[in-house]
Design a protein around this ligand. Sequence first.
Ligand SMILES: [Zn+2]
Length: 242
Amino acid sequence: MGTKNSVVLHRLTNLKTRLFEDVHVDHFRYLVERIASNAVTTSELENSSDKAWVITFDDGFESDYSIALPILLKHNARAVFFIVPSFIGKPEYMTWDQVKNLHANGMEIGSHSFTHPNFAKLTIDQKIHELAVSKTTIENMLNIKVKSFAIPFGMYDEETIKCVFQAGYEFCFTSQHGQFNYNDRIIPRNSVNSKMDMDAINDILFPSTRVRVKWVVEDLVKKQIKAVFGKRYASIRKIFMK
Ligand SMILES: [Zn+2]
């Protein structure tokens, strides 16, 4: 286990959180203030300190642009935004212009697949298609090279990981708990959600041994729940996890 840390967030809100994944802006600001100077993109990882953090956002919500970006810029922090090209321009999601603006402001844009499927249920051809089409679409729209992929729902099998690297991605972000080393290419991410108070956020930013042991147990339980309930996992996790 390494010393670097990654967190995953979804939608930010100024109002009352509505979904499990929502995070209130005050909590996000609290998080950024604690790690800002060490919050890097994957390009900066290799030369970063042992205490580097990669802040990531999944799904491409409009709040990435309207709420997260100004706070990140104010604290000179960077983040990676994993977008789903087929969501772009839909209500509550960013437009291509907003994605371009994130990139122009020093943020990394990664792929979160083309249609956000459950990779554990796809054939190998479907996996390759989702990985390739999302990558080339973003690359063509932004005129950049996309290096990072984040797995939708955090659900995958061994074949998924192989396909990610064969498609030309350098980093594969999962939703497992944990920390990583500078030379790791499969990056675990600790999730920040609506149920967490400032103490819980502190715990994932600066995990004690007790917290790390809890992660191992939680990941095992989560794996079992996913194996049994599959797609219904999202709706029942509220009951099992705080
Ligand atoms: Zn997602």
